[in-house]
Write a protein that binds this ligand. Structure first.
Ligand code: ADP
Ligand code: MG
Length: 223
């Protein structure tokens, strides 16, 4: 019990520090991005490094944003929203990228499902999970989102035909900074889990190596 408290206190202090540091990084980062863009416009004939520099700045920004979400206590403002609209929006954002990789996204979401949720946080959840599915299918394939109501819960299944996850790696998912990607930060699933738990939902991952991954989310519906 005593050890438990110490562990909780430690995590709280780490969370506060991460938030403070993330805030400190945000301002210089946004000015760095602004000046990089200005310089890029000036150096139009010799701009080969600018796209890389801007991309790296965006990556740092994404890490900082994830740390800010993870460090904050529950801030969800929940209202009734149509699940189909949220998923359609996320698909419209990622679809150009998916099509370039020969990935076909199919949305089988019941249009009657209403969630009691923070819309932006829920968009973040689906962006994280759908991006992971796309990144798991470098040679294309089908990505299916299947949502239905079961026992007063919305059950959302995200299925990909990607590389899959071996059992010894499956247990590591959700650990901070655990990633198998060159450009990954290993915070996406942690953020996803936090948001779903703050909505009194659950999520589970099942995977078969070289066959694909199924993520199942369960969330309370708005009545
Ligand atoms: P990141 O995507 O930045 O690596 P995440 O927290 O989103 O961080 O995911 C952590 C790791 O979980 C990934 O690096 C990958 O190894 C594994 N993973 C997550 N989703 C999938 C998926 N759909 N298929 C295969 N592996 C996955
Ligand atoms: Mg990810």
């Amino acid at each position: 019990m005593y050890e438990d408290m110490r562990q909780k206190e430690k995590l709280a202090v780490i969370g506060q520090m991460a938030t403070a540091i993330a805030h400190e990084i945000k301002n210089p980062l946004s000015s760095l991005k602004g000046f990089t863009q200005l310089q890029q416009e000036k150096d139009k004939d010799d701009e080969q490094y600018y796209p890389i520099m801007l991309n790296e700045i965006d990556r740092i920004n994404a890490i900082v944003n994830d740390l800010l979400i993870l460090g904050k206590p529950n801030t969800a403002v929940k209202v009734a929203k149509k699940l189909l609209d949220i998923i359609d929006y996320v698909i419209s954002v990622v679809d150009p990228h998916a099509q370039r990789k020969d990935i076909h996204i199919q949305n089988e979401t019941d249009s009657s499902i209403m969630l009691l949720c923070d819309e932006n946080q829920m968009k973040q959840v689906f962006i994280n999970l759908i991006k992971n599915a796309i990144e798991a299918m470098p040679n294309g394939g089908n990505l299916t989102i299947d949502s239905r109501i079961k026992d007063d819960q919305a059950v959302i299944l995200i299925k990909d035909e990607g590389c899959g996850i071996p059992p010894e790696k499956l247990v590591k998912l959700g650990e901070p900074f655990y990633t198998t990607k060159q450009n990954g930060n290993g915070l996406g699933l942690m953020v996803t889990k936090k948001i779903i738990e703050e909505h009194e939902g659950t999520f589970a991952i099942e995977s078969q190596l070289k066959k694909g991954t199924h993520v199942t989310i369960s969330l309370p519906i708005a009545k």
